[in-house]
Ligand binder design. Structure first.
Ligand code: G1P
Length: 289
């Protein structure tokens, strides 16, 4: 069964970026010339996703405006013969069929995913966390969908992190001969370093079977008193096979100032128009460090 629907949770206050996020959603932070969330939507589309539900909240309507058509602007760009800019601007509103739902009760990733139950129905679906930007040759979600299609089982994107970092992530314990693909035995959300079963961290990409909704509805609040997707996935892994795949690519934490800077510099060094000049600038800068 092919995966055509994706959910992007984008509620949350972005407190780590205050005061920037007082009036601007963190998902709209600019990375060169696109807001962060556009990179996430583009990864979904490049992975074969056709319908996307973005879970938003109050004060996030600029996300909807960004993916909407902008007829006045488009006609001005055409009149001024700015063909390339017109194409770039217009293409944003054509990326995919994007739906929005406002989350009223902000209480964990599990709660956000539950908001997608009616949208998803009885199909497998993808989840992309907007804070996790993954730069890779083959889109990260596409890599996971290939595993899903092969195994016909829920698949989570993971990478190894430093032992002192496990407290920030959902951590996977698994078994498997192929070191890139683990069969999940157990999952735990943000364990203490000394309690972590491994250093294999969930990094914001999932392909899930719809059975997760019933489990989420029956899951008690976990870490931080919030409904955790990781806890529901742990239950799912006892009922059906769940896999964790170490995807190829570099992941940046866009919810964090340093992660955001690293992402910006990395993408600038790959940017068609900027890369040559920016490389010279970085080289000169590093000479003086
Ligand atoms: C969420 C998930 C966690 C995952 C992380 C990846 O946590 O709950 O399991 O490892 O995203 O970024 P958050 O960072 O939203 O606290």
């Amino acid at each position: 069964m092919s995966v055509k629907k994706a959910v992007i949770p984008a509620a949350g206050f972005g407190t780590r970026f205050l005061p920037m996020t007082k009036a601007t959603p963190k998902e709209m932070l600019n990375i060169i010339d696109k807001p962060a969330i556009q990179y996430i939507v583009e990864e979904a589309v490049q992975s074969g996703i056709e319908e996307i539900l973005i879970i938003t909240m109050r004060n996030k309507s600029s996300i909807e405006n960004h993916f909407d058509a902008s007829p006045e602007l488009e006609s001005i760009l055409l009149k001024q013969n700015k063909e390339a800019l017109y194409k770039k601007t217009q293409a944003v509103s054509q990326l995919a069929d994007i739906f929005y739902k406002r989350q009223k009760n902000i209480s964990g990733l599990g709660q956000a995913i539950l908001e997608a139950k009616a949208f998803v129905g009885n199909e497998p679906f993808a989840v992309l966390l907007a804070d996790d930007l993954i730069v890779s040759e083959v889109p990260c979600l596409k890599q996971l969908i290939s595993i899903f299609e092969d195994k016909k089982a829920s698949t989570i994107g993971v990478q190894k992190v430093e032992s002192w970092e496990v407290e920030k992530y959902g951590i996977v314990e698994g078994t498997g001969a192929d070191h890139k693909l683990l069969k999940v035995k157990h999952l735990v959300e943000k364990p203490l370093e000394e309690d972590a079963p491994s250093e294999m961290a969930i990094l914001g990409r999932y392909v899930l079977t719809p059975g997760i909704f019933e489990i989420l509805e029956n899951t008690e609040p976990g870490y931080n008193g919030e409904l955790q997707l990781t806890d529901a996935l742990n239950t799912l892994s006892k009922k059906e096979e769940v896999y964790a795949f170490q995807f190829d690519g570099t992941r940046f934490d866009l919810g964090d100032k340093l992660g955001y800077l690293k992402a910006t510099v990395t993408l600038a060094l790959q940017h068609e128009e900027l890369q040559d000049d920016f490389r010279v600038f970085i080289k000169n800068l590093s000479k003086n460090l």
